[in-house]
Ligand binder design. Structure first.
Ligand SMILES: Nc1ncnc2c1ncn2[C@@H]1O[C@H](COP(=O)(O)OP(=O)(O)OP(=O)(O)O)[C@@H](O)[C@H]1O
Length: 225
């Protein structure tokens, strides 16, 4: 069984008496431990696909099994629980909470999951150490460089130990050396077993993954190494 199994997933919006299609007949398996890149022109459906995979969108047709759970059968509460258990997210523009300090940003997802305070403190300290941002822990996101903010965002995404990490253009807003740092981190997390799906416009970074999926007008164009 694959971690992700999409079967004939389709998404469309009503448009002027007809429909505009966003995802067309997407059938895709991603096994545990894979690192997959999703590429394609603007409007091809990359973010839409990531939103389906991340359980952020439930307005689609077809079947999606995540770690053996049929997502389309879940109610909103069950979907949220599954999302919190299994999935971490990284975004192009970090999406940190600006009025929380770095350590508080890391702590928050653990609070949502009712992790006891002592364990929360230990996990936050571990990640600050591992990502070499201990010195930044009492700063606010606005006091960090873009690359540092993305480091914090990756730390926040993985502090809950998700099986699946979804990254929407994680290096899109970064200078090349900062982008390299983030890519190295993704590789390290993947080597430790985390399944990663990244949307990227950066061809060299895309090809560092084990597989590149190309979308065009909502269709999967090719799935090759
Ligand atoms: N609410 C909506 N109503 C109609 N069409 C929509 C709606 N939301 C998204 N779309 C369309 O879905 C298509 C896919 O959008 P999506 O954001 O997934 O593309 P993308 O490949 O991520 O693009 P980009 O690289 O520019 O981020 C686009 O053509 C977009 O216009």
């Amino acid at each position: 069984m694959s971690l992700i199994e999409l079967r004939n997933v389709e998404k469309s919006f009503p448009l002027a008496g007809g429909r505009t299609w966003v995802l067309r007949n997407i059938t895709l398996d991603i096994v545990e431990g894979e690192f997959v890149s999703v590429m394609g022109p603007s409007g091809a459906g990359k973010s839409s696909l990531l939103n389906v995979l991340g359980l952020m969108d439930h307005e689609w047709q077809g079947a999606y099994s995540l770690d053996g759970v049929q997502v389309e059968t879940l109610n909103p509460k069950q979907r949220q629980t599954l999302q919190r258990e299994k999935i971490g997210f990284i975004f192009q523009h970090y999406h940190l909470i600006d009025d929380l300090k770095v350590w508080e940003n890391l702590d928050l997802p653990l609070q949502y999951r009712d992790v006891p305070a002592k364990e929360r403190a230990a996990r936050v300290a571990d990640l600050l150490d591992r990502f070499q941002i201990v010195g930044k822990k009492d700063l606010f996101p606005g006091q960090l460089s873009g690359g540092q903010q993305q480091l914090v965002a990756v730390a926040r995404a993985v502090i809950t130990r998700p099986r699946l990490l979804l990254a929407d253009e994680p290096t899109g807003a970064l200078h090349s050396s900062q982008a390299r740092t983030i890519m190295d981190l993704l590789h390290e997390l993947n080597r430790e077993g985390m399944t990663i799906v990244q949307v990227t416009h950066n061809e060299p970074f895309a090809r560092e993954a084990q597989r590149v999926i190309r979308l065009a007008d909502g269709w999967i164009e090719q799935a090759v190494v």
